[in-house]
Design a protein around this ligand. Structure first.
Ligand code: ADP
Ligand code: MG
Length: 263
C-alpha cells in the first residue's frame, strides 16, 4: 500500500504546513515510511523541519523538478532525513520561478506526478504528503494531479468556510480532467478555540453545508501557542510539547486518517 496525500487550501495561515509536519511525523511514529514534500516557495515546511536558511540549499524541489522537465533520471539526491523519522524534500524561493516557467513545458501538470512515481520505484514510501502553497496555481495543480487524496485544513471562520467552495470546485475539475482517482479525504478543523461560540456556529455551517459531500474529521486541532513554537524550533509538536493538547489532537487525527484508509 502506498498513498499520496495533498494538504491543500488556497487560503494562507490555516494550518497546512503544521498539519503536513505533524501528520507525517505521526505516521512515522506508527511505523510507516513517510516522505514529506514542500511544494510552497515560501519554504515554511522546510523551515519547520529545522532548515534555517532554505535559500542556501543546493538541491531542492525546484532543482529536482527541473531535472524531471529535462528528462534526466532522478535519484534520492536532495531528500533529507529528519531526526523524528521522516524524509523530506525542501523548497525555497526558486520554486516560484519554476512555476512561471512551467507554462511552456509539455505535460506541465504532470511534473510532480512523474517525479513521485520515479521516486516510489526506488524508495517505496508508504505515504508521500505534499504541503501546498496558498494558491490554486500550476504548482498546486501539479500536486493535486499527483495525489490520491486531499486533506483540507480549515479554520472555523466564515470566510474560510466560504473559500472552500472554490477549492472543492478546483479539486473536482482536476479529478475530471487530469486525475480520476483523486478523492477529498476530508476537512480538518484547525486552530479551534472551543470556548468561542462563534466557532461553534461556524462548525454547524460547515457540517450543514458539506455533510453530504464532504467528510469532516471528528478531531479538531485546538489553538495553542505551543504549535507555533514547535515550527520555530524545527520539531513536531510531539517532541516540543508531548503532553500538550495539540500533540494529543494530532495523535488522534493520525489514527482517524489511518482508520479512513482501512474503510
Ligand atoms: P499554512 O501552511 O496554511 O499557511 P501554518 O501551518 O503555517 O499554515 O500555520 C499558520 C500559523 O499558525 C503558523 O505560525 C503556525 O505556527 C500557527 N499554527 C498552526 N497551527 C496552530 C495551532 N493549532 N495553534 C496555534 N497556532 C498554530
Ligand atoms: Mg504553509
Amino acid at each position: 500500500m502506498s498513498k499520496i496525500i495533498a494538504i491543500a487550501n488556497q487560503k494562507g495561515g490555516v494550518g497546512k504546513t503544521t498539519t503536513t509536519v505533524n501528520l507525517g511525523i505521526g505516521l512515522a511514529h506508527e511505523g510507516y515510511k513517510v516522505l514529506l514534500v514542500d511544494a510552497d516557495p515560501q519554504g515554511d515546511m522546510t523551515k519547520s523541519l529545522g532548515i534555517t536558511d532554505p535559500d542556501s540549499l543546493e538541491t531542492t524541489i525546484s532543482t529536482i523538478l527541473m531535472d524531471v522537465i529535462n528528462d534526466e533520471a532522478v535519484d534520492l539526491n536532495g531528500i533529507i532525513h529528519h531526526e523524528e523519522g521522516v524524509d523530506f524534500i525542501p523548497s525555497n524561493i526558486e520554486l516560484s520561478g519554476l512555476e512561471v516557467s512551467l507554462v511552456n513545458v509539455l505535460s506541465r501538470e504532470m511534473i510532480i506526478r512523474n517525479y513521485i512515481s520515479q521516486i516510489q520505484d526506488i524508495a517505496h514510501y508508504d505515504y508521500v504528503i505534499l504541503d501546498c502553497m496558498p494558491s490554486l496555481g500550476m504548482l498546486t495543480i501539479n500536486v493535486l494531479t499527483a495525489a490520491d487524496e486531499v486533506i483540507i485544513p480549515s479554520q472555523m471562520a466564515y470566510l474560510s468556510v466560504k473559500g472552500l467552495q472554490q477549492l472543492i470546485k478546483t479539486i473536482y475539475k482536476i479529478k475530471r480532467q487530469l486525475n480520476p482517482k483523486l478523492q477529498i479525504a476530508g476537512v480538518v478543523r484547525t486552530m479551534v478555540d472551543t470556548r468561542n461560540n462563534y466557532t461553534k456556529d461556524i462548525m454547524a455551517v460547515l457540517d450543514d453545508a458539506y455533510s453530504d459531500s464532504l467528510t469532516v474529521y471528528n478531531t479538531c486541532i485546538p489553538s495553542s501557542v505551543k504549535a507555533s513554537e514547535s515550527s520555530a524550533v524545527g520539531n513536531s509538536v510531539y517532541l516540543h510539547d508531548p503532553k500538550g493538547k495539540v500533540a494529543a489532537a494530532y495523535t488522534t487525527f493520525v489514527k482517524e486518517v489511518l482508520t479512513d484508509e482501512c474503510r
